[in-house]
Design a protein around this ligand. Structure first.
Ligand SMILES: Cc1ncc(COP(=O)(O)O)c(C=O)c1O
Length: 392
């Protein structure tokens, strides 16, 4: 790899490079401390517990959570979503209920729901989206029935970048007495989230994308009143009540059973501190607009997703495209070999959206995604790559 130009446009998968402080904090923790948290009473173990406590506080500031201990650390977004979905649906009071979600969801929502149809007797409806990946909130209202107890929404499509009107959907859920869960995988660290003002009961997200932590980090916020409802999805060492094998175990201990990823949490804290100092990044909108222009000017390529400056449909810097003459995997290989542009091809772990976008037959899309640390060189390389695709 040494010497080969490399332009990373896969921030929707995980952000890279991380801000330098995030990497340094990870190394510093591992070289100067390295002890587990919430267990020992010696000084470095206490310092690890303090690191966990202060990182929770930084996350609480980011999403305006009233209390930082309503936020649990997980290994990734998938684990956070599974803990929330299965934890809730295994609760006796939720058995047999109806769940509404959308066709834009990631498989880390769709697959647990499918599992829960068999294990918890639930039914669920995936409200469809339009050809840009946008969900009409009225469709959520129409899908409601007397048994609907939970609404799960992907804030920003990881395929098209479409930003959903989550406040309207949260309001609909609230009016009908349903719990509202937001998958903030693509938005945490990019868009404002205020769990109280926005009426969000549960937020699940990776820590390794927009929040700038290392891979292996994730977060789950659950509103205090709902925590008692949730069944533990796994349970083991919690550092509390260690002489007992019977519960009840509190929600946070159960979700965080086992040792936490302290190097990852150190990186996440530094990433969040870095984010707190950043001005709103307008460049990402401009740069994704330039990439979209290049696609639209190329005769054999078609952008999939909201057009920039659409007054009704907002977007983030995740850009998908298809080609008349090449498969999406062929496009990805060509971009990499010709220009060193690293972009993702395929269905992007989103099992339902492609039939709404018309990209099923194409084997999905080619996705170019920018993030906090993207540079103009990444954008120029992507545009050069798009021009090459246009000659195929
Ligand atoms: C919308 C969405 N939800 C959930 C996830 C799962 O997150 P993780 O990869 O951290 O498990 C992703 C990952 O790309 C995602 O894009």
């Amino acid at each position: 790899m040494a010497g080969r130009p490399r332009f990373y446009l896969d921030h929707a998968a995980t952000s890279w490079p991380k801000p330098l402080g995030s990497l340094e904090a990870c190394i510093e923790f591992q070289t100067t401390n390295g002890a587990a948290s919430g267990r020992g009473v010696y000084q470095s173990a206490e310092e690890s517990s303090e690191l966990v406590r202060t990182t929770r506080q930084a996350l609480a500031r980011l999403i305006h959570a009233p209390n930082s201990i309503d936020i649990a650390f997980c290994s990734n977004g998938t684990q956070a979503l599974n803990s929330a979905i299965l934890g809730l649906l295994q609760s006796p009071s939720m058995r047999g209920c109806h769940v509404i979600t959308t066709a834009t969801e990631h498989n880390s929502v769709l697959r647990p729901l499918q599992l829960a149809t068999h294990s918890c007797g639930i039914t669920w409806t995936a409200v469809s989206c339009d050809e840009t990946g946008w969900v009409d909130p009225n469709q959520v209202l129409i899908a409601m029935n007397a048994k609907t107890r939970l609404v799960i929404l992907n804030h920003v499509s990881n395929v098209t970048g479409a930003v959903q009107d989550f406040r309207s959907i949260a309001e609909i859920a609230k009016r009908r007495g349903a719990i509202f869960m937001l998958d903030a995988a693509q938005s945490l660290g990019y868009l404002p989230i205020d769990v109280v003002a926005d009426g969000i009961d549960i937020v699940a997200a990776p820590g390794h994308k927009g929040a700038c932590g290392m891979l292996g980090t994730g977060i789950l916020y659950v509103r205090r009143e709902l925590q008692e409802l949730m069944e533990p999805v796994w349970i083991g060492g919690t550092g509390t009540q260690s002489d007992s094998i019977d519960g009840p175990f509190d929600w946070l201990s159960a979700v965080e059973s086992g040792n936490c990823n302290l190097p990852g949490i150190a990186s996440l804290k530094a990433g969040l501190e870095w984010l707190e100092k950043q001005e709103p990044n307008k460049k990402l909108q401009v740069w994704s607009g330039e990439i979209i222009d290049a696609i639209q000017q190329t005769r054999n390529l078609h952008m999939v997703g909201p057009i920039p400056n659409d007054s009704k449909r907002n977007r983030l810097s995740v850009v998908s495209l298809i080609c008349d003459t090449l498969s999406c995997h062929e496009m990805a290989m060509l971009l990499d070999s010709a220009c060193g542009v690293e972009a993702r091809s395929g269905f992007h772990c989103a099992g339902l959206i492609h039939s709404c976008l018309g990209t099923q037959e194409k084997g999905g899309t080619l996705r170019l995604s920018l993030g906090h640390t993207s540079t103009i060189a990444d954008v120029e390389a992507a545009i050069a790559g798009i021009q090459i695709l246009g000659t195929m």
